[in-house]
Write a protein that binds this ligand. Structure first.
Ligand code: S0N
Length: 288
């Protein structure tokens, strides 16, 4: 009997991941399972608006996911069905940034650090969006590699209405994603856009019924987990390099060095130094 024919087809796994929670956090939840890390902003009473504490915790969680060699894909989301994230917490906005117990004397704008961290993380980050992705929350999903939206998702910027703007990734990465005219419209008019429009504009990768949001997002994560982690890492670096300028090239160059370290040619240099002999690079091809 040909075992390939007789074998039962692999059962379709449902979306349910047996998430294991870890870390001591107040504003977020950090979970892992099946090679996926799920990071959730947990302030649903404020539509998951972030304060400095939230951002310090997110920084810690993203760092944990990046450093965990078991994790291949990160899902970034908001608690509940009403919001992914509504941006900076306007209720604790001081005169020079956001102020809370973690930074009582100096206002902070520390979402910018998180944006950079998401971009530089060598693992794919999927924004899983139910409800509002507004203001600085909208910018966060723009910074993610992929965005899966529920059919109740609502997108938009509010800066010129509430006295702020994001002239960094929030402007030019958005323009690169949806085009300059649409980016201008989004910022100048501060309208809200539904999930279908976001899909038409290339702002999200897929729209699914709310009840299927996590199942579908996990499906995308599992598909990526089947792929070569180094290839995904290099592709993320390559796709970000142009918009990240010298910093993007620096990261991409670091990845090239990582690959070189893994070659026999580089290891010959290391070994020759340790063995106090001249390196023999003659056995390696001068590639055309
Ligand atoms: C999302 C909206 C449209 C939803 O309206 P809806 O459904 O009517 O709900 P609400 O009743 O308004 O909201 C429910 C509860 O949640 C609170 N809430 C919502 N959003 C926020 C928020 N951002 N801050 C604090 N609280 C929030 C509501 O107040 C309500 O609670 P109660 O009833 O108890 O009052 C609507 O909620 C809305 O428009 N929200 C505000 C969206 C907004 O303007 N966000 C801020 C935009 N600016 C930024 O994000 C800053 C940008 C930024 O981070 C940045 C950029 C560049 C450089 C640095 C920075 C930086 O600041 O770090």
């Amino acid at each position: 009997v040909d075992e390939r024919v007789a074998a039962e087809p692999a059962p379709e796994r449902d979306g349910a991941v047996d998430w294991k929670r870890s870390g001591q956090y107040e504003d977020i939840i950090y979970e892992t399972g099946e090679g996926i890390a799920k990071i959730t902003i947990n302030r649903p009473e404020r539509h998951n608006a972030f304060r400095p504490t939230t951002l310090f915790e997110l920084k810690d969680a993203f760092n944990a996911a990046q450093e965990d060699a078991e994790v291949g894909v990160i899902i970034f989301t908001g608690a509940g069905e009403r919001a992914f994230c509504s941006g900076g917490d306007q209720k604790i906005r001081g005169d020079d940034g956001y102020v809370d117990k973690s930074t009582p004397h100096v206002g902070r704008l520390n979402v910018l650090d998180l944006q950079v961290q998401i971009r530089r993380c060598p693992k794919p980050v999927i924004a899983m969006i139910a409800g509002y992705a507004i203001g600085g929350g909208h910018v966060l999903h723009v910074c993610c590699d992929l965005s899966i939206a529920a059919d109740n998702a609502v997108f938009g910027q509010t800066g010129p209405k509430v006295g702020s703007f994001d002239g960094g990734y929030g402007s030019w990465l958005l323009a690169e994603t949806v085009g300059l005219k649409r980016a201008r419209e989004i910022w100048y008019l501060c309208r809200q856009y539904d999930a279908r429009t976001a899909l038409d504009w290339g702002l999200v990768n897929a729209v699914v019924p709310l009840a299927e949001l996590e199942t579908e997002t996990v499906k995308w994560a599992r598909e990526m987990l089947e792929k070569s982690p180094l290839a995904l890492r290099m592709l993320k670096g390559a796709l970000n390099a142009v918009t990240d300028g010298a910093a993007g090239m620096q990261q991409f160059a670091g990845d090239a060095t990582l690959l070189y370290y893994m070659s026999e040619e580089a290891q010959e240099g290391r070994d020759a130094f340790k063995e106090k002999r001249a390196p023999d690079f003659g056995r390696f091809p001068r590639r055309p």
